[in-house]
Write a protein that binds this ligand. Structure first.
Ligand code: IMP
Length: 194
């Protein structure tokens, strides 16, 4: 690898941090986000824009290369919504369960339940240079929740590259093999070692 294998994690979401740590384990050392840095307002209108806001804030605060991930769930029958608004789909302060309930209501009776998770990963270095990669996982939204694992919309999402189980019914490793985040971070590792 042509650069430091240390990256400061810019994500404040513990569910995502756990996944990123597992995917990068043994290849890149992920340093924890400094707790004294205020959470960034993610008000960009693209995943890449939000990833950049988070990575720049942590890079500037630490003077070290920082990595951020921003993810959206794009549902075809909803014109790509909730997309970049996936975290607050059911409103400010909403829970994962609120978001899943709103999604099921929005798709009530829908014939087309196809969807895709998209993750943008951005590394920002102190010299201002960046590495930007993406990962996509196509699938469909179930008609009811299935499984206890994972987080967010996992209990409603069946990846096309799977065996019919939702992400929440898979082990962590099974999810990472096909998920948007697994693909995006493996693309990052390929870029960093090129
Ligand atoms: P963020 O803006 O990247 O933190 O992600 C936006 C929202 O998408 C999160 O609050 C979760 O609800 C959802 N999300 C992100 N990644 C996943 C995932 O891997 N599975 C299920 N939901 C996810």
């Amino acid at each position: 690898m042509s650069e430091s294998p240390h990256l400061v994690c810019a994500s404040a979401n513990p569910d995502k941090v756990a996944e990123i740590e597992a995917i990068l384990a043994g290849v890149v050392e992920l340093l924890p986000r400094p707790p004294d840095v205020a959470e960034v307002v993610e008000d960009a209108d693209t995943l890449e824009g939000n990833a950049r806001l988070k990575a720049v804030a942590i890079c500037e605060a630490t003077g070290m290369a920082a990595v951020a991930d921003d993810t959206g769930l794009e549902v075809a029958a909803l014109g790509g919504a909730p997309g970049v608004h996936s975290a607050r789909y059911a409103g400010d302060g909403c829970s994962y369960a609120d978001n899943r309930a709103k999604l099921l209501r929005a798709l009530d009776g829908a014939g087309d339940r196809s969807a895709a998770f998209r993750t943008c990963v951005l590394v920002r270095r102190p010299d201002g240079s960046e590495v930007v990669v993406n990962g996509v996982c196509a699938g469909r939204i179930t008609e009811s929740e299935r499984g206890d694992g994972g987080f967010g919309y996992d209990a409603l999402f069946v990846p096309d590259d799977g065996d019919g189980r939702t992400f929440a019914e898979m082990t962590d490793d099974e999810k990472h093999m096909v998920s948007h985040r697994g693909r995006a971070f493996r693309n990052l590792l390929a870029e960093l070692s090129a």
